[in-house]
Design a protein around this ligand. Sequence first.
Ligand code: SAM
Length: 198
Amino acid sequence: MSKLQFILETIRHPIKTGDILPSQRYLIEEMLKEIQVWNLEARPLGIVEFGGGEGALTKAIVDRVDKLRIDYKVLSFEINSRLAKLNRNRFSNNGEINGNIKIIEDCVENLLPYLSSGKYGIRDADFVISSLPLSHFSKEKTRKILEVARESLRNGGIFTQYQHFPTRYSIVRDFFNDIKVSFVLRNAPPAFVYTCKK
Ligand SMILES: C[S@@+](CC[C@H](N)C(=O)[O-])C[C@H]1O[C@@H](n2cnc3c(N)ncnc32)[C@H](O)[C@@H]1O
């Protein structure tokens, strides 16, 4: 059902939503592969998601950190209120929402004050996971988003981003020096994944 609603939102807002289908298994694995035990520190692991959509990636992030049996906080930003609501419903159990996960209905450009307010339990992120459709955005907007991603990360933190066409790769390089690029064929449509270390 949520997949169908995602498709409907793509028809309503094609530029912002970007994809006709939510991310699938192999792409999700590639996006999240850096979230591993070696990243653990004494504080909760802080993960920020850019463009949570109906929650295919959010759910995978939470499953992954749940398996690591650690303290964590996930903040998932989604600009579309219908999709944010769908995603929030995934994590409510009889009205109780898992307190480690916050689905925030706002654009990622506004992220930094959420972190600095201290209200969300993360002041800087260990991971920023982005499925924003950068190729649909202007270069200026892409720069703003990448600047926010870099600013929000601690030193050594990781930013991952996928794109179906590598049209914004040169801009990503302006913000991150250490980038690994991989290609996931087994996704509809296939995608490049940039794994960038701050
Ligand atoms: C390609 S979809 C990805 C959805 C989901 N994460 C997945 O991988 O299946 C991109 C999502 O980003 C959201 N979005 C677009 N611009 C945004 C912005 N500036 N801030 C937050 N979310 C945004 C769209 O509404 C859409 O749900």
